[in-house]
Design a protein around this ligand. Structure first.
Ligand SMILES: *Cc1c(COP(=O)(O)O)cnc(C)c1O
Length: 425
């Protein structure tokens, strides 16, 4: 029996579903999850010592490749000085300054330990600042697992969302309005009718949790102008896109200054670290300065901050994102070309170090379109690539991630593997 299967079976006895986050269980694609023994650069090795080329990268954080010597050494050095103090450290000041330098929209920033905490806190802050309850999100955008965000669209326009998870009281989602991504008309109508009641609009400025979906320029513009006009807080949830799509993030690419930004994944370089920040007048509402409560025993953890600082330094090397973006675009194009050669309908897209491929004629523009892709074919392709030693996200609704350790040669090997896999699916 494979050691992966043995660990999965054993794990299921002690851990619900054998995993500590649901997508790891391979539920969407079937088969046995790979248990990672170690990882280095673009590769990881599973419990059977089989090598995989990794396009998940811990769902984004591993932008400089796994176990980068400079990141590992920064964590090791921090560790010998103590693991956690519950008192401020110099590193927290340094990383806050670094974040502010890279993102001019952030005047003040607070560190937390997960993206979920960052978005949950940003929303509480937006509500405290505006004195309004209503929040707007978009179908298919994921912002972590806090109650008010685990919501699916109501039955009609301007009907409030229903919980999308057990254990979430309808009372917790009754202030959450779920709109369609890229639907400018619906957004305008919503603001026309109830704009004065909206505390904030939160979105993935480039969506990566319903596969990769890019916003239209009109959608981006409408979001900024409507929120400004109606005194609602615009929250760019850049937990995934932050420092991945560009050094100045999605907001830099869009030329938009959001009121608040949430960060996670890359900012912690693989350690538990996330952040929310933005306009100083809004951030002044947070405790201890203001009345909106937010706290964390491990917030700004010295090991996480050390990993984050080392990673932020590496990604500021000249040409880092240009090379990453070029290789990622080559991969996306190569996948689509390989599909065409194999007679398989597929489209693809990429931004910076993030890519998507879709078993459909065109890249989707909304969650509804994303769900119309050929999921059965995705599953077959996923397993064919796994056989080729290429580890893609085990879900058709997740973006893929490339790191600086993915060389041109590795990208070409991946495209060749995809060509062989596609001829079998
Ligand atoms: C991953 C993610 C989150 C949640 O972050 P966690 O660290 O998993 O809690 C929130 N928003 C976006 C856009 C994400 O991609």
């Amino acid at each position: 029996m494979s050691r992966n299967l043995e660990l999965f079976e054993r794990g299921k006895k002690s851990i619900p579903g054998g995993v500590n986050s649901p997508v790891r269980a391979f539920g969407q694609v079937g088969g046995t999850p790979r248990f990672v023994k170690r990882a280095e650069g673009a590769y990881f090795w599973d419990a059977d010592d089989k090598q995989y080329l990794d396009y998940v990268g811990s769902w984004g954080p591993a932008i400089v490749g796994h176990a980068h010597p400079e990141v590992v050494s920064a964590v090791q050095q921090a560790a010998v000085g103590g693991l956690s103090f519950g008192a401020p450290t110099e590193g927290e000041v340094l990383i806050a300054e670094e974040i502010r330098k890279l993102l001019p929209s952030i005047e003040q920033v607070r560190l937390v330990s997960s993206g979920t905490e960052a978005t949950m806190s940003a929303i509480r802050l937006a509500r405290g600042f505006t004195g309004r309850d209503l929040i707007v999100k978009f179908e298919g955008c994921y912002h972590g697992h806090s109650d008010s965000l685990l919501v699916k669209a109501g039955s009609g326009l301007l009907t409030f969302g229903n919980p999308s998870s057990g254990g979430v009281p309808a009372d917790c989602t009754k202030h959450t309005l779920v709109l369609q991504y890229n639907d400018v008309e619906q957004l305008e109508k919503t603001f026309r009718e109830i704009g004065g009641q909206i505390a904030c609009v939160i979105l993935e400025p480039i969506a990566g949790n319903m596969n990769l979906i890019q916003p239209s320029a009109e959608f981006v513009q409408a979001l900024r102008s409507l929120t400004e006009q109606h005194g609602a807080v615009l929250i760019y949830d850049e937990v995934m896109t932050g420092f991945r799509v560009a050094l100045n993030c999605a907001q830099g690419l869009h030329g938009v200054k959001p009121d608040l930004t949430t960060l996670g994944k890359v900012v912690g370089g693989g350690m538990p670290l996330a952040a929310f920040g933005g306009r100083a007048d809004i951030m002044a509402c947070i405790a201890p300065l203001g009345s909106v409560y937010q706290a964390g025993t491990l917030s700004g953890n010295p090991l996480s901050v050390a990993a984050g600082l080392a990673t932020l330094k590496l990604i500021q090397q000249p040409g880092f994102h240009e090379t990453l973006g070029r290789r990622t675009a080559r991969l996306a194009q190569g996948l689509a070309d390989a599909a065409r050669a194999a007679g398989v309908t597929m489209s693809s897209d990429s931004v910076g170090g993030m890519f998507g491929f879709y078993f459909s004629e065109q890249a989707p523009k909304s969650y509804a379109e994303a769900t119309r892709c050929d999921i059965e074919r995705f599953k077959r392709f996923f397993h064919a690539m796994l056989d080729e030693g290429v580890y893609l996200a085990p879900s058709a609704y997740e973006a893929g991630f490339v790191s600086s350790a993915h060389s041109d040669e590795i990208i070409e090997q991946t495209i060749a593997a995809a060509g062989r896999a596609l001829s079998r699916v």
